[in-house]
Design a protein around this ligand. Structure first.
Ligand code: ADP
Length: 283
């Protein structure tokens, strides 16, 4: 996938939003008896699609390095630098976390001692000087996002007073309020029951089209990958790498309900193709 030509509609002069080049790998505890290579031979570029963004869904066996890939993009100090190769965001090597990248985890990451409103303003408070924000503007912005994620009326509650799905809505609002151009989601809906999960998929598709970000989502669910993804990557067993990219078969899902799309023939074809490749890669 390295050296892929930018697609029509891309700004040909702009660097890719995310690029892994030079055979990116990550070996933990390198040089010791505990050395373990989590990922290797990763080369890809994700170009900006102005006014739209793109959704990359990643599936693969447990422990094959999917979270390691996201952590390298996020710039977590437990993971950077890569052992070999280069990880670039908009042409610059990743040297740490940044406001341009937001992460949403499976485990609810809200602060228990803060209300919903205070959780959603948290990121703004950290960056208030550079963003030129005062308390009242931050609260107004937070209320706007609280409404967008459907938590209107719950803003004074604490996370412990909310269901799992509602807590994940807080995490989404907290992340998206900073308008990151890259959103990294690590099995964000795995802990939720099926109806809640479908509601969250619906919300994710709606909000993503609102903020035009490039999103990476790790999921165990092939149907979630096909619904949310514009392309689906299937990872090999560890050390992980992208074994297959499926793109052309994936039907567009903007404005289509996750339950409704499951009935469409083109969705079923994509689902079967991804499942078949997944089986081949992971057997
Ligand atoms: P996945 O997300 O696909 O389940 P991970 O990226 O979390 O996989 O982990 C891949 C492998 O790397 C696992 O064997 C894990 O134990 C190991 N690993 C992840 N992070 C670290 C770390 N900070 N130190 C040592 N090993 C790690």
């Amino acid at each position: 996938m390295s050296g892929e030509a930018p697609k029509p509609g891309h700004d040909a002069g702009a660097p890719p939003v995310v690029e892994f080049r030079g055979d990116v790998s990550k070996t933990f505890n390198a040089g010791t008896a505990k050395a373990y290579t989590a990922i290797h031979h990763l080369n890809f570029r994700i170009d900006d699609i102005p006014g739209r963004g793109e959704f990359i869904a990643i599936i693969g066996p447990s422990g094959c390095g999917k979270s390691t890939l996201l952590s390298l993009i996020a710039g977590f100090n437990t993971h950077i630098p890569a052992t070999t190769g280069e990880v670039l965001v908009r042409g610059n090597p990743v040297t740490g976390p940044g406001r341009d990248r937001g992460m949403i985890f499976q485990r609810y990451s809200s602060f228990p001692h803060r209300t919903v409103l205070q959780n959603v303003t948290f990121g703004l408070e950290i960056h208030k000087r550079e963003l030129g924000l005062n308390r009242s503007t931050m609260n107004d912005m937070a209320m706007e996002w609280i409404k967008k994620v459907g938590l209107d009326g719950h803003e004074q509650k604490y996370p412990s007073q909310l269901s799992g799905g509602m807590q994940q809505r807080v995490a989404i609002a907290r992340t998206l309020i900073l308008k990151p151009s890259i959103i990294l989601m690590d099995e964000p809906f795995s802990a939720l029951d099926e109806p809640t999960r479908i509601g969250m998929q619906r919300l994710t598709i709606d909000l993503w089209h609102d903020i035009h970000a490039t999103c990476f989502i790790i999921t165990h669910s092939i149907s979630e990958a096909v619904y949310l993804g514009d392309r689906v990557w299937i990872f090999t067993k560890g050390p992980g790498t992208i074994a297959v990219e499926i793109k052309d078969l994936i039907p567009p899902s903007q404005g289509v309900d996750p339950l409704e799309i499951q009935e469409r023939p083109e969705f079923k074809v994509a689902l079967e193709a991804v499942a078949r490749e997944f089986k081949k890669v992971t057997q």
